[in-house]
Ligand binder design. Structure first.
Ligand SMILES: NC(=O)OP(=O)(O)O
Length: 319
């Protein structure tokens, strides 16, 4: 029997343990931790495609580019997304390779530079709302807004960040290659940072466009197109909660699509944190159902993945 396929979507913020420990070696340590849990899944019989975010990292590249502007040409945002695919892909590729070697599992790991089609007329280009880079105090963010033309927004009560446009992912250009690599038994790292945003002209030519795609939405599209069984989104908590942070807080082990819709409508999940994860999983499950496939989603902490897969923790979302 074929092994089940899971898309595991690791957030860019998950690699930044705290704002003071955000160096490349610090991020690599976090990747090494995640790699252990992913290889546990492989030992448990799963095929894996790993996707990852890049919100902090792509913002760091833009900032380096600004700081060096008098010496070297600046980096357009689509190229900065490509840079993060290479750097974070390298981290996961190396960490997974090493973890597999420790357990004597022979499985190739490969990172695919992935382009994701978006629409040039997506209204998201008029309202940049995807936070990137570091969390700043308001005075610093406002000063950069005035001097560098940044758009800024408060993010999840943690501070102010630069924002960029985040159009809806429509098509994964390298989908056939990703599928082929999976069929050959590879662990594939794809759609990094949601994929490099590209538009297609009337002559079918691709052109990069400056934006950062939401990695959960891109992962949902990828999961649907690969007919995956599971979209797993590791995050900072073991389970999704309602009434989060109040005396009425309640952790959820299971969530139907109808319950998810209702709780989203009630504004139960943070709009910049848990809500996009639940929405992405719901979209994947619905689309899979339309394609005749039964699929599910799981949200949990990376270190709880093994327990969550045997339903001891985590929040399972099913139709
Ligand atoms: N591209 C993206 O969604 O990145 P984060 O998950 O790091 O915000």
């Amino acid at each position: 029997m074929n092994k089940p396929l899971a898309i595991v979507a690791v957030g860019g913020n998950a690699l930044i343990v705290n704002e003071e420990k955000n160096s490349i070696p610090d991020q690599y340590q976090a990747v090494e931790q995640s790699a252990q849990h992913i290889v546990d899944m492989i030992e448990g019989g799963w095929n894996i495609v790993l996707t990852h975010g890049n919100g902090p990292q792509v913002g760091f590249i833009l900032r380096r580019s600004e700081l060096a502007a008098s010496e070297v040409a600046s980096v357009p945002l689509d190229y900065a997304v490509g840079d993060t695919q290479g750097a974070i892909g390298y981290m996961f590729q190396k960490a997974l390779h090493n973890q597999l070697a420790l357990r004597d599992i022979k499985k190739p790991v490969v990172t695919i530079v992935t382009q994701t089609l978006v629409s040039a007329s997506d209204p998201a280009f008029n309202t940049p709302n995807k936070p990137v880079g570091a969390f700043l105090d308001y005075a610093t963010a406002q000063q950069r807004q005035q001097t560098l033309g940044w758009t800024i927004a408060e993010d999840s009560g943690r501070g102010w960040r630069r924002t960029v446009a985040s159009p809806t992912p429509l098509e994964i250009i390298e989908i056939a290659t990703i599928q082929n690599l999976l069929t050959q038994g590879c662990i594939v790292i794809a759609c990094g940072g949601g994929g490099i945003p590209v538009i297609r002209d009337a002559q079918r030519q691709l052109h990069g466009i400056e934006a950062v795609i939401d990695k959960d939405l891109a992962s949902a599209l990828l999961a649907e197109q690969l007919a995956a069984d599971l979209l797993l989104i590791p995050t900072g908590v073991d389970q999704v909660a309602i009434n989060f942070g109040t005396p009425e807080q309640r952790w959820l082990s299971e969530l139907s699509l109808e319950q998810a819709d209702l709780l989203i409508a009630q504004g139960q999940f943070g709009s910049g944190s848990m809500q996009p994860k639940v929405e992405a999983i719901a979209q994947f499950i619905r689309q899979s159902h339309q394609n005749g496939k039964t699929a599910s989603g799981l949200i949990t902490r990376p270190e709880s993945i093994k327990a969550a897969l045997s339903h001891q923790t985590g929040t399972w979302i099913t139709r």
